[in-house]
Design a binder for this molecule. Structure first.
Ligand SMILES: Nc1ncnc2c1ncn2[C@@H]1O[C@H](COP(=O)(O)OP(=O)(O)OP(=O)(O)O)[C@@H](O)[C@H]1O
Length: 265
């Protein structure tokens, strides 16, 4: 496999998904570069989760080209290389944080010989998601944000090359959101992990290296946040998004509305 390291982490052409007779993703073409954070942004229902499920290989009725880490999406050999965190945290409430991670680590690295490695890995991921102080708390007694961080820790156990995170910051306070974005940047920069992160909160877009702006099952635009702002003459990615929506409708863009004070960054 030549140029393996330079291939994009995800390569999609004419990617189409039909759900319940509806075309939910309509002939998408995009690439996700390696070792960078790509934000998948768009309103609720635009198809973000469907796209992520297609990438991790759990979505039915996918047609077109979809290559992930150099293999067709869904190839079983990709399984250990992809971490996927859905919007519903998959943790056992009657186990502690550490017990949850011990359990998933044992599935991933079974056997007595891997014991030291498991212990080390579990300690690392608990620290990564900043739950060391809560490691011995029952998952059922954690806040929503803490539970979703346990899910993220599970996804980090295998040191995946590609991390697919569906709205990881929903319901988190601003400090935790900032810390989580800091972790995403560390993973990309220090470990070379590729991140595909969805959000419907446009201000998170500014924290991504690259954006895929989605609407109604299509990619509206694709590029770095500053490129999208410059191209549309907008001050924020949110304004750029609205401009692109108007442009796609063929309408004259609506006059810019000044952003409220609290969303100014
Ligand atoms: N079984 C189904 N039959 C028909 N349409 C469906 C089915 N499942 C999902 N959809 C539609 O597919 C579209 C995309 O859903 P998806 O969950 O991917 O959106 P999303 O952008 O992730 O939204 P959210 O942020 O609210 O999760 C939605 O409009 C949804 O109504």
């Amino acid at each position: 496999m030549m140029n393996y390291g330079r291939d994009p982490a995800v390569h999609a052409r004419d990617l189409t998904v039909v759900r319940g007779g509806r075309t939910v993703l309509d002939a998408l073409a995009f690439d996700v570069p390696r070792g960078r954070i790509t934000g998948l942004l768009g309103p609720s229902g635009c198809g973000k989760s469907t796209l992520m499920r297609a990438v991790v290989g759990t979505q039915a009725k996918v047609t077109g080209t979809l290559d992930v880490l150099g293999r067709p999406a869904g190839d079983p050999r990709l399984r250990p290389r992809i971490g996927y965190v859905t919007q519903d945290p998959s943790v056992y409430d009657d186990l502690t944080v550490r017990q949850n991670l011990d359990y998933f680590a044992a599935v991933l690295h079974p056997g007595r010989a891997a014991r030291a490695r498991r212990r080390e890995t579990v300690a690392r991921v608990i620290e990564d998601v900043d739950l060391t102080a809560r490691a011995d708390a029952l998952a059922g007694n954690l806040s929503g944000g803490q539970r979703s961080r346990v899910s993220l820790a599970v996804a980090l156990l295998g040191a995946p090359d590609l991390l697919v995170l569906d709205e990881p910051t929903v319901g988190l306070d601003p400090v935790l959101r900032r810390d989580l974005w800091h972790l995403f940047h560390t993973l990309a920069t220090d470990r070379g992990t590729t991140l595909l992160v969805s959000s419907h909160v446009m201000d998170e877009a500014e924290r991504c290296h690259r954006l895929l702006l989605m609407r109604e099952g299509r990619i509206l635009a694709d590029g770095a946040p500053d490129t999208l702002r410059d191209r549309t003459g907008s001050a924020t990615v949110e304004a750029a998004f609205l401009h692109l929506v108007d442009e796609a409708r063929g309408a004259a863009p609506a006059p810019a509305v000044p952003a409220p004070e609290e969303s100014a960054r």
